[in-house]
Design a protein around this ligand. Structure first.
Ligand code: SF4
Length: 385
């Protein structure tokens, strides 16, 4: 049976963070209940779907937004709806994204009791001053407490999300953050360099010189330090920003990178199968209105061309430590990878000598320090396609 991933976007947050460009909103009274009904309506619309009615889902991921604003009882309503309509593997990975300001030990225990077996906590920083720059609601002490509670509640698969290159942050301040995370020995750590998204409040602050971006060389140094220190602490880097203890990789994210089908429910959620990609409206009102009328709340969809599919294969594979499986490429696209990208591979020879890029049997991959060149290398492949 084909495997797939399931994503539900919970679009509510207590307050918008200054750097965020995900779709989220502050919940009005009664809006969460109405949203859960709309989700149930949308889920039912995929019951007879030619692909998703035939797959066994390996993962369920509640992302957002702040899914931990929901109680275990509310999440259980969603699970019951999913159980009625789809097939899930026995030991499927069930992740919730949680923010420190919205959880308590009791809530986390209740999450465990309904089968949530992985928690991804949006820590971002252990410094109050940095959390303030990020415009986060929680404090450093709440961040620490939330991790302790996650362990106490019995979670055995915990991810901590951290952000580096926060305006004003020095290398040693960042190192201090990552060291604090490692002390907890979570199974998984994600480290993201801060991206200043156009149109966000933080973008405005940068443009008006209220705060300053971290210099590129420092950000690069931070990234290389992440790799060295996480490796020394026993974590394996399996993707540009993701590190885990052996065997604790996030199965859901791996499905995105290996081209598996996934179904996304909720406002702004994306879905993908075969060559088809679609995404939902990014408005809670439009979403709920459309789904409750029995219509799919799709904003847009596209069929990827053969060239786009090939490029996606390359981009997604190069993000991972596994790299590009040239044998799989040849089977999927009926063309020799080496011949197709002859010039790019010649150009990349110098990176091989510098140990930034590796050719193995049927594998081409970036080495850990080579990941900093990800964008440039993708561009080389795109130019030759
Ligand atoms: S908590 Fe997450 S989703 Fe919500 S506004 Fe902040 S960064 Fe965005």
């Amino acid at each position: 049976m084909m495997k797939a991933g399931f994503y539900i976007h919970i679009p509510f947050c207590l307050k918008k963070c200054g750097y965020c460009d995900f779709y989220s909103t502050q919940a009005e009274p009664g809006q969460i209940t109405a949203f859960l009904h709309a989700c149930a309506d949308e889920i039912e619309l995929y019951r007879e779907h030619p692909v998703f009615s035939q797959v066994e889902f390996q993962t369920l991921y509640l992302g957002g937004g702040t899914p931990s604003l929901l109680s275990a009882r509310q999440i259980n309503e969603l699970i019951e709806e999913l159980d009625k309509n789809f097939s899930f593997e026995n030991d499927f990975e069930f992740t919730i994204e949680a923010n420190p300001e919205t959880i308590s030990l009791e809530k986390l225990k209740a999450y465990r009791a309904i089968g949530i077996n992985r928690i991804s906590i949006g820590i971002q920083s252990f410094s109050d001053a940095e959390l303030k720059i990020l415009d986060r609601v929680h404090s450093a002490s709440q961040a620490v407490k939330s991790i302790e509670w996650a362990f106490q509640a019995g979670f055995e698969n915990i991810n901590l999300d951290l952000i580096f290159a926060i305006p004003g942050q020095t290398l040693s301040q960042w190192q201090d953050n990552l060291k604090k995370a490692i002390v907890f020995s979570p199974q998984h750590i994600s480290v993201y360099g801060l991206t200043i998204e156009p149109g966000t409040a933080m973008d405005q602050q940068i443009n008006t010189r209220q705060i300053e971006k971290v210099a590129e060389e420092i950000e690069r140094e931070m990234y290389l330090w992440n790799i060295a220190s996480l490796r020394a602490a026993g974590y394996e880097q399996y993707e540009i920003s993701n590190f885990s203890q052996p065997g604790c990789e996030c199965r859901h994210n791996q499905m995105y990178w290996n081209g598996s089908p996934y179904l996304g429910i909720g406002p702004s959620a994306h879905s993908f199968w075969e060559r088809h990609r679609q995404w939902n409206v990014a408005s809670i009102h439009e979403y709920s209105g459309t789904a409750s009328q029995g219509k799919k709340p799709i904003r847009e969809s596209e069929e990827l061309s053969a060239t786009q599919t090939m490029l996606e294969f390359i981009y997604l594979s190069l993000r991972t430590a596994q790299g590009i499986d040239t044998h799989q490429f040849e089977q999927q696209f009926q063309i020799s990878f080496m011949k197709k990208f002859h010039h790019t591979l010649e150009t990349l020879n110098c990176l091989v000598q510098e140990q930034l890029f590796l050719y193995d049997t049927n594998r081409l991959k970036l080495t850990a320090p080579g990941f900093v060149l990800f964008d440039e290398i993708c561009q080389l492949f795109a130019n030759e396609i």
